[in-house]
Design a protein around this ligand. Structure first.
Ligand code: CA
Length: 234
């Protein structure tokens, strides 16, 4: 079955040739010229990937990215014009998987699309529930509870927590986390990771200053406590 791509872009000079090219590359492409049309299409039909322009006539692409991400783990590639007030970190914090600066070569964009789709499919499709200490994470419903109380997490916070819990008891290196949870082409600073870890600690730790679950391994990365660790200090 052909993979379906939703192209959210108001400039027909970009969206039409892009959709044609995607079709020639074997994808099924559908164009939405504004945010409202995009959300209606997205809620009505399944898509494998969303190409999302930052500047739309009816709303900010960043808000739309957040809204889509709140409803689905579908991969998102942001399209931004050079000089637009979105840097890589901001784009990725919104939950986008990658982003491309206009004017882009269609060939490069297709390569990025294929890479994002491959990565998305290669993600271990572990299912079900993992519980460590008081923290219970449900991979299917993407919900987390702490002592039975719901914990509200943003999409990236959830992805990060899931990755750390799936690797509980071992140190996850910073680069490895950036690769798995953010973007494998990452070369920039990884401050966004520290920011997300501090947010997670505020939500799941009894005392975020003295974390029991997520410990920092200085210069290396982070480690989520194993069940044995938590049992030992009780
Ligand atoms: Ca636009």
């Amino acid at each position: 079955m052909r993979q379906r791509i939703l192209v959210v872009e108001d400039e027909t000079g970009i969206s039409e040739p892009l959709a044609e090219h995607l079709e020639r590359e074997g994808f099924q492409a559908e164009v939405a010229p504004d945010g409202a049309t995009a959300m209606a299409a997205f809620r009505d039909r399944p898509f494998d990937l969303v190409l999302l322009d930052l500047m739309l006539p009816d709303r900010d692409g960043r808000d739309l990215a957040r809204e889509i991400r709140g409803e689905s783990p579908v991969p998102i590639i942001m399209l931004t014009a050079r000089g637009e007030e979105v840097d890589r970190v901001v784009g990725l914090e919104l939950g986008a998987d990658d982003y491309v600066v206009k004017p882009f070569s269609v060939r490069e964009l297709v390569a990025r699309i294929r890479a994002v789709l491959r990565r998305h499919e290669a993600r271990p499709s572990r299912r079900g529930v993992v519980q460590i200490g008081a923290i219970r994470l449900d991979r299917d419903s993407r919900t987390v509870t702490r002592n039975g109380e719901p914990v509200e997490l943003a999409a990236k916070e959830f992805d990060l927590l899931q990755f750390l819990m799936d690797n509980a008891g071992r140190v996850a290196r910073r680069e490895e986390i950036m690769d798995e949870v953010w973007d494998p082409h990452w070369f920039g600073p990884t401050k966004t990771l520290d920011v997300h870890v501090s947010w997670l600690r505020k939500k799941i730790e009894d005392d975020p200053a003295l974390p029991r679950y997520i410990s920092t391994v200085r210069g290396v990365g982070f480690r989520f406590a194993s069940r044995e660790d938590l049992g030992a200090d009780r």
